[in-house]
Design a protein around this ligand. Structure first.
Ligand code: PEP
Ligand code: MG
Length: 606
């Protein structure tokens, strides 16, 4: 059998097909005739792309100021001048007006002509300017025709996409019919591209360093998104191996799906809610197929990541209403925009940040942009009369942010009341528990919120100081780290002390090894990509609450991730059957007969 290459299992499933390397360098500019009334907006789009390019260049100048000094700054100064040159800017606008052709085509033609003319110049200085023109051409076109998105939309036949990384908006727009799977060099299991892949049911392996050097477009590749293995140019034996894994996976899915309409209840009668995380309305089919009881997290920002501007209230209201009506009579937890981090709308003017995940993100953006927040809150409130809606604020780090957010909500309510527009007066308001400072303040926050939802994807990255999308430190990104377990437990306890229900919408809720621990800790709701629900339900229905409690108590005593994992595996023994044990343990080191961790640790310390 061929050598298998290992990465991070990001989205389960198997695929064998042809590779296609996604190179953002190859911008494809498609000519498009405009309707006369489209021309002004097209010119505005072009001007915006120039602004974005200018911001980027100025940013670059700042960044290289120390390392390259005046010379470097000068090079980019030339680029800024090109962006002001009437021969470039005014010519493009004039031509778009007259020919009614899209600005990308016109700009591309002008810049290509200029570049070719200069590149033939005898004078070395002029010839160098051709390189500058080319650089600016690519930069501006990058905003007008985002190469990656275009590429993913343009695929002619089903392929396995290989890329350095995929942005959430690219992933959100890939066509599952055309993308058999994807393999990226960057990314982690909870990076947003991975989350989207799971939601769309596209197998994915991320964190495969060097894959772009090894693969060529058109090569055969086998991908196992369940164990995180891939094989390039697989021989027949390898393909057979992948196909046998695929059969096991399909069999398991059939087995789990039988539980679809049964409640998530332990053998001794403790029931929890299993709901779905949703990004796009198209995922509602899966919500129904996998038997979710409502939506535990609607990531609203995904609806609009392909836009340059967020839509007005009417459009947002229609979108939320559609999802709320589809989910009714079950509830939908609508989270306000979590923009920023790696979720940047196409062509947005968001400033470059050194640490975007620690920067201008989520509730910080909403509070800094009161009009944007007001519009979204009104739209959500209006949608609340069409079913059962709960409201969720992301990335709350302390009491002030919660109070400010609630004040904004009060203003939105008052404005609707004044206009006589109906909304649910009792809409529950919850907060994401995903910043360690919020967890430390859980008691105080619980007093002022109706429910708490643990966002472990961020909580883990912020608590363990591990970038959730960086494959180099993925080994440190541990859902079963004792510090995470203790933090989760303290949040659940704080919520319960004040009579609040506590859910979890981070990916940890879908980790089969965490299920018994979380049940034992008293978690009230688990929310996850719909296709992972049946497996978690199977575990819940296979244990007693007493057993889960013992598992949680023991796990909370463990001092290492390995220790917690051992405890979890010990208690999981036989809960999912042999097939799953095999799937959960691709490295073959699961040994449920071993004594739980602390026995081992005690023995070591004796
Ligand atoms: C989380 O952080 O756990 C979460 C659910 O939010 P997101 O993945 O959208 O950051
Ligand atoms: Mg989060």
């Amino acid at each position: 059998m061929d050598r298998l290459i290992s990465g991070i299992a990001a989205s389960p499933g198997f695929a064998v097909g042809e590779t296609h390397l996604l190179e953002r360098g190859n911008l494809t500019v498609e000519e498009r005739a405009l309707e006369p009334d489209e021309v002004p907006a097209e010119i505005e789009r072009f001007e915006l792309s120039l602004d974005l390019a200018r911001t980027e260049i100025k940013d670059l100048q700042n960044r290289i100021a120390h390392s390259m000094g005046e010379e470097g700054i000068g090079i980019f100064g030339v680029h800024l001048m090109i962006l002001q040159d009437p021969m470039v800017v005014e010519e493009t606008i004039k031509e778009v007006r007259e020919s009614q052709i899209n600005s990308a085509t016109v700009f591309n033609a002008i810049m290509t002509r200029l570049r070719d003319m200069l590149s033939h110049a005898e004078d070395e200085y002029m010839a160098q300017r051709a390189i500058d023109i080319e650089d600016v051409r690519r930069r501006v076109l990058g905003h007008l025709v985002p190469g990656g998105r275009l590429f993913l939309k343009q695929l002619q036949r089903p392929v396995v996409v290989i890329a350095r990384e995929l942005t959430p908006s690219e992933t959100a727009h890939l066509d599952p019919e055309k993308v058999l799977a994807f393999v990226t060099e960057a990314g982690g299991r909870t990076s947003h591209a991975a989350i989207m892949a799971r939601s769309l049911g596209v197998p994915a392996v991320v964190g495969v360093s060097g894959i772009r050097k090894l693969a060529r477009t058109g090569m055969l590749i086998a991908v196992d998104g369940t164990s995180g293995q891939i094989a390039l140019n697989p021989d027949e034996r390898t393909i057979k191996y992948f196909e046998s894994q695929k059969a096991i996976f399909a069999e398991l899915e059939r087995e789990f799906l039988k539980l679809k309409n049964l409640p998530a209840v332990t053998l001794d009668g403790r029931e929890v809610e299993l709901s779905a995380n949703v990004e796009l309305p198209g995922e509602m089919d899966n919500v129904i197929k996998y038997g979710a009881c409502g939506i535990g997290l609607l990531r609203t920002e995904y609806l609009y990541l392909d836009r340059q501007e967020l839509p007005a209230e009417e459009e947002q209201y229609a979108d939320y209403r559609e999802i709320v009506e589809m989910a009714a009579p079950d509830s939908v937890i609508i989270r306000t925009f979590d923009l920023g981090g790696d979720k940047i709308p196409v062509g947005s003017e968001t400033p470059h940040e050194r640490n975007p995940f620690l920067g201008w993100r989520a509730i910080r953006v909403s509070l800094a942009e009161p009009e944007l927040f007001h519009v979204q809150l009104r739209a959500i409130l209006r949608a609340s009369v069409h079913g059962r809606v709960k409201l969720l604020f992301p990335m709350i780090s302390g009491i002030e942010e919660l109070r400010q957010s609630k004040e904004a909500l009060t203003r939105a309510r008052e404005s609707l009341r004044e206009e006589g527009v109906p909304f649910d007066e009792d809409i529950p308001v919850g907060i994401m528990m995903e910043v360690p400072s919020a967890c430390a303040m859980a008691d105080d926050l619980a007093l002022e919120a109706d429910f708490l939802s643990l966002g472990t994807n961020d909580l883990i990255q912020y608590s363990l100081a591990v970038d959730r999308g960086n494959p180099q430190v993925a080994y440190l990104y541990q859902e079963l780290h004792p510090a995470i377990l203790r933090q989760v437990k303290s949040v659940i306890d704080a919520g319960h002390r004040h009579g609040r229900w506590v859910g979890m919408c981070g990916e940890m809720a879908a980790n089969p090894l965490a299920t018994m621990i979380l049940i034992g800790m008293g978690l009230d709701e688990f929310s996850m990509s719909p296709e992972t629900l049946p497996e978690i339900k199977k575990i819940i229905r296979s244990c007693t609450h007493a057993e889960a409690k013992a598992c949680a108590d023991e796990a909370l005593q463990a001092k290492t991730t390995r220790g917690v994992t051992r405890v979890a595996r010990h208690y999981m023994k036989g809960k999912l059957g042999d097939l799953v044990t095999e799937m959960l343990d691709p490295n073959g080191d699961m040994d449920p007969d071993r004594p739980p961790a602390d026995d081992e640790e005690k023995q070591k310390n004796a």
